[in-house]
Every structure is written in structure tokens, then in C-alpha cells.
Design a protein around this ligand. Structure first.
Ligand code: ADP
Ligand code: MG
Length: 222
């Protein structure tokens, strides 16, 4: 039956996630264990090992922090928010990174947005993840266009970058737990966004052209 199908699917996503978490955390843990054993043996210079250990610990921290975003109860502090102000705050957060990467961020925000009820911290997280992905897609610089407007009973936010784009065969995998094409990626950012936007009953659209760029659009019902 329909119900059974839905439940099976849920279980498999949970299983996929659990397997991914175990795998992603086991790797840095195994490395850490090895370094501890080496250092117990003595007669080694500790400095270089400590640096690698700190970076492995950072990775575990990053992964657990992103996973905690998923565990947060559904939109539990929903209030009427100024979405434009939230977006500008996030853009300011990335200002230095953008300059360092030679990326110009252009934002066009509608002034008269209708009042919108949402979870500020969750929405901020979505903007952070999408802007971060856009920046990471443009190692050689370029331009990111961000727009915020409303259209009927939808709030729309878009992030358009001039990065390398996403190959069509990988498009459906974006947002799968731990799917990443980056050396230091976690593959959790997009999944967190999907979950948050789902909590707000909205949707995410991806448009991408390899070699030209990617546009992520978020649609949120008022
Ligand atoms: P991460 O950023 O840690 O890799 P995400 O879940 O944020 O994880 O993204 C998953 C993958 O989706 C990325 O590794 C990348 O391949 C692809 N992706 C997401 N956003 C973009 C973008 N703006 N341009 C190109 N590829 C993207
Ligand atoms: Mg990301």
C-alpha cells in the first residue's frame, strides 16, 4: 500500500544517513587513534601530528554540527521576520571571504516584502549554506547574484553563481546525505537546507549549466 511504501522509504533514508555518519566519523577517528598510538610510542616529534589531529577533530565537529541542524525540532521558534535583513546579515558574514576569492556579491532585495513567519536561525542556515556553495563553486572569482522578492503568495530567494555548474547525472544526488564532490566537503549542507525548507512547506529548485553556473531558488509560501 501507499503508506507502507512511504514508511519503507523513510527507513532507508534513516539507514543511509546512519551508515554515512558512521563512515564519515570513523575515518577521522581511525586516524586520531593511530596518531595517539604513535605518540604513546614516544620518540616522535609531536608538533606535526598534533596539527593533523586538530584538523581531524575539526572535521568531526563540523559533521556533528551539521547533523545537529537536522535534529532540531521542526520550526520551533516561528515568528514574523524581516527576511531581507536576515539575508543581508548572511551576506555581510561572507564579505571577507568573497573579497579574498575575488567574488562580487550583488543583492537585489524587494523593499515591500509582505510579513513572513519563519524560524530565523533555520532560514539563516539555509542562506549560509547556499551562499557558501556558490562561493566554493567559483575558485577563480566571479559574481553571485542574490535576489529576494515576492510573487503572489510566495517569497522567492535565488542565488545565481558563475561556477562550474553541476553535471546533469549528478543533479539528483545533490542533497543526498554525504554526497559531495569537494575534497573537504561534508555533503550535508544541501540536505540540511532541504529539511529546513520542507519544515517551512517550501521548495528548492536547482538550475545548472556545466561551465556556466548554478541558480538555486527557494520558494516559501506566505
Ligand atoms: P558540500 O558543500 O559539503 O559538498 P552540499 O550538500 O552543500 O555539500 O553540496 C553537495 C554537492 O552539491 C557539492 O559537493 C557540489 O558537488 C554540489 N553543489 C551544490 N551547490 C553547488 C553550486 N552552487 N555549484 C556547483 N555545485 C554545487
Ligand atoms: Mg555545502
Amino acid at each position: 500500500t501507499q503508506q507502507l511504501l512511504v514508511q519503507t522509504e523513510k527507513l532507508s533514508v534513516a539507514g543511509q544517513l546512519a551508515a554515512g555518519v558512521a563512515h564519515e566519523i570513523r575515518n577521522p577517528l581511525t586516524a586520531l587513534k593511530g596518531f595517539v598510538q604513535l605518540m604513546e610510542g614516544g620518540a616522535v616529534a609531536k608538533e606535526p601530528y598534533l596539527r593533523v589531529m586538530a584538523s581531524e577533530l575539526n572535521r568531526i565537529e563540523l559533521i556533528t554540527n551539521e547533523l545537529l541542524m537536522l535534529a532540531k525540532p521542526q520550526a520551533h521558534s516561528v515568528k514574523v521576520q524581516d527576511v531581507g535583513a536576515i539575508l543581508l546579515e548572511v551576506i555581510a558574514l561572507f564579505e571577507t571571504q568573497a573579497i579574498l576569492r575575488d567574488v562580487q556579491v550583488i543583492a537585489e532585495l524587494e523593499r515591500d516584502l509582505p510579513p513572513f513567519a519563519c524560524d530565523e536561525n533555520q532560514l539563516k542556515q539555509v542562506f549560509i549554506n547556499f551562499l557558501k556553495n556558490a562561493l566554493e563553486a567559483m575558485p577563480a572569482g566571479g559574481r553571485i547574484d542574490i535576489a529576494l522578492w515576492h510573487d503572489g503568495d510566495l517569497i522567492r530567494v535565488s542565488f545565481a553563481d558563475q561556477g562550474g555548474g553541476i553535471a546533469p547525472e549528478l543533479l539528483t544526488r545533490v542533497g543526498e546525505p554525504f554526497f559531495t564532490t569537494k575534497e573537504k566537503g561534508t555533503g550535508l549542507g544541501f540536505m540540511v537546507c532541504k529539511q529546513i525548507i520542507e519544515n517551512h512547506h517550501g521548495e528548492i529548485r536547482i538550475e545548472s549549466v556545466v561551465g556556466a553556473g548554478t541558480t538555486i531558488e527557494v520558494l516559501l509560501p506566505l
